[in-house]
Design a protein around this ligand. Structure first.
Ligand code: IPD
Ligand code: CA
Ligand code: CA
Ligand code: CA
Length: 268
């Protein structure tokens, strides 16, 4: 993607993300209409839909030749990542949005011919924007993020993961996962995949491990983590499919090898 074109798209995307965030903050105490999707704990609100619709309208008006993948279905049904594709999660961490009114993010990844060019993760209530352009580094607001420490040992690592790893699951034997959480220094569960990617990029957690995420949960995060020398694959180390759900591991390349080896012991 041409640098001038990319800069223009980046500036525009950033403006829309900040604007959408401001709208959410303004309405944060308004009564919510909450629905459920795949199960009673899979929540969606009118604000998720309103925010996605806002992006889709803006993109269609300004960039009619671009494509959109969005969680709430206002975008396009794509079977390939050709051309410029906006991959949008209007509210990542809807459960936090509903129950805590914080700790949620707007996540926008912009890909060109399958390559992640721009990543924007906006912690709406904290007013913190994590952002990156491919090969130009990653930022937290105006501050450039440092490269990830490459020498964090497995037993000194803090890993983001959720508690379902410790229950009977289809991927890794739960006894191995129980040893895993005992062997690492600590675990954290923030409830927003996008923010967990941002925290990996910031170096305040050393990795993030999940069983199943959709493209909109990870599209922006991948770009941002890449820019600080991190890698993102599935839990076997294989490349992710950005048109499907994947298990996901994001961290520095050394820790990635240690974690993949560890999980192998209990891999189903
Ligand atoms: C969810 C959050 C959560 C993760 C779930 C996602 P949503 O996204 O990122 O942290 O564990 O798998 O679905 O539905 O709040 O956008
Ligand atoms: Ca959701
Ligand atoms: Ca999400
Ligand atoms: Ca969402």
């Amino acid at each position: 993607m041409n640098t001038d074109v990319r800069n223009a798209i980046y500036n525009q995307a950033k403006e829309w993300v900040l604007e959408a965030g401001k709208n959410i903050r303004t309405k944060i105490d308004d009564p919510l209409v909450i629905d459920t999707k795949s199960n009673p704990n899979d929540l969606v609100t009118t604000m998720d839909k309103e925010t996605e619709a806002y992006f889709v309208e803006k993109i269609n008006q300004n960039y009619p030749e671009h494509f959109i993948i969005g969680e709430e279905g206002y975008g396009d049904k794509l079977t390939a990542l050709d051309g410029t594709v906006w991959i949008i999660d209007p509210i990542d961490g809807t459960m936090n949005f509903v129950h805590q009114k914080r700790n949620f993010a707007i996540s926008v990844g912009i890909y060109h011919d399958g390559i992640g060019e721009i990543g924007l993760i906006y912690d709406v209530m904290a007013d913190i924007l994590y952002h990156a352009k491919r090969t130009e580094g990653a930022y937290k607001n105006e501050n450039k993020l440092a490269p990830l420490k490459q020498n964090v040992k497995f037993d000194e690592a803090i890993i983001g993961l959720n508690h379902f790893w410790l229950c009977d699951n289809r991927l890794v034997d739960e006894k191995v996962m129980q040893q895993f959480v005992r062997n690492i220094r600590g675990s954290r569960t923030y409830g927003s995949a996008a923010l967990e990617f941002a925290y990996v990029a910031e170096g305040i957690v050393n990795g993030y491990l999940t069983m199943s995420l959709a493209p909109w949960d990870i599209a922006a995060g991948i770009v941002i983590v890449n820019e600080v020398g991190g890698v993102t694959t599935d839990i076997d180390g294989a490349k992710l499919n950005m048109l499907a759900k994947n298990s996901v591991l994001t961290c520095n390349p050394n820790l990635q090898q240690d974690i993949i080896m560890y999980l192998k012991k209990g891999r189903k």
